[in-house]
Design a protein around this ligand. Structure first.
Ligand SMILES: Cc1cc2nc3c(=O)[nH]c(=O)nc-3n(C[C@H](O)[C@H](O)[C@H](O)COP(=O)(O)OP(=O)(O)OC[C@H]3O[C@@H](n4cnc5c(N)ncnc54)[C@H](O)[C@@H]3O)c2cc1C
Ligand code: FES
Length: 280
């Protein structure tokens, strides 16, 4: 059991949980994740380790309230305990030195890139941060991120995601500007990962994406998170979650990712029924 130290609503649909997890806090590195079991009846879900405090022995998880498990997490309050948490899992993201790196974060991926920006900055990289959100009310952690970023810009989905042209223009503007990035790192929804990879493919600008396939055990044993990279089978939980966005079989990835939509909808409906029964 891991105690909740703080639960905070960052924007209408995104929450932050600070959890007591000293072993994970002691060894977490930027870009790794944890598997969280909300309660005794819950499934294991992967969440990025958005931040950690080694002295206090705590970690920060930032999540989108989207389905049954994340709704349970959103209902926690300080003093409650989550059933279990395993981590740190996955490989840390590649942290280079003395380069210009463009970070593109959307939704929960903004928080997922916070520690990446901090580590890059400590190694004398210039960080260009592009935060993507549905609208300005869905942006968070601007001040924290700006502390480690040479350039901080936003792109709002209401302006750009109908055609994808505006995001293309924005990326090209940053790509051709000063400082010019030599690496792009993307975290967020699958569409954002795909779109940015598609935009940068033409110029060959190296692009690492934080893949979020369905995961079950998180230890490379079940095969749920299988993806194909350069024609080879890889497991996102142990070989990733960071992969070259230009080498991934995106079609297979999208098909596998939506395999359980019906069951996910049923789980959410079940939870709602339980809630209304309790309310009488
Ligand atoms: C390495 C990794 C890191 C992630 N980090 C974060 C994070 O920091 N914050 C965050 O909000 N989300 C993160 N996700 C996605 C998160 O795991 C899912 O949103 C979560 O499992 C949804 O569970 P649910 O029961 O609330 O919703 P569900 O109704 O079960 O699912 C809603 C959506 O989440 C996807 N999903 C469901 N189960 C899983 C699973 N076991 N693994 C991956 N995706 C799943 C579904 O395809 C669906 O699109 C991450 C995923 C991965 C693989
Ligand atoms: S989640 Fe089971 S192999 Fe990756």
């Amino acid at each position: 059991m891991n105690r909740v130290i703080l639960k905070e609503r960052l924007v209408p649909n995104i929450y932050r949980l600070v959890l007591e997890a000293p072993e994970i806090a002691a060894s977490a590195q930027a870009g790794q994740f944890a598997m969280v079991i909300p309660d005794e009846r819950g499934e294991r879900i992967p969440l990025n380790i958005a931040d950690w405090d080694r002295q206090k022995g705590t970690i920060d998880l930032v999540f989108l309230n989207i389905g049954a498990s994340t709704r349970k997490l959103a209902d926690f309050k300080a003093g409650d305990s989550v059933e279990g948490i395993a981590g740190p899992l996955g490989k840390p993201v590649e942290i280079c030195s003395s380069s210009n790196v463009l970070l593109v974060g959307g939704c929960y991926g903004i928080a997922g890139l916070y520690s990446v920006a901090r580590e890059l900055c400590h190694l004398r990289n210039k960080v260009l941060f592009l935060a993507e959100a549905r609208g300005s009310a869905f942006l968070y952690w601007e001040e924290k991120i700006k502390k480690y970023s040479e350039v901080y810009q936003t792109i709002l989905r209401s302006d750009c995601f109908n055609t994808g042209q505006d995001i293309k223009d924005k990326i090209n503007q940053i790509k051709n500007g000063q400082p010019e990035p030599s690496l792009v790192i993307v975290s967020g929804c699958s569409y954002l990962l795909y779109k940015i990879s598609e935009i940068t493919a033409g110029s060959g600008l190296r692009t690492l994406v934080n893949l979020n396939p369905i995961m079950v055990d998180g230890t490379g044993m079940c095969g749920a998170c299988r993806v194909t990279v350069q024609g080879k089978t890889r497991f996102a939980c142990v070989d990733g979650p960071w992969f070259d966005g230009h080498s991934l079989d995106w079609k297979e990835y999208f098909i596998r990712r939506t395999a359980f939509l019906q069951q996910e909808a049923q789980a959410l409906t079940g939870l709602e029924k339980e809630f209304w029964t309790k309310m009488g």
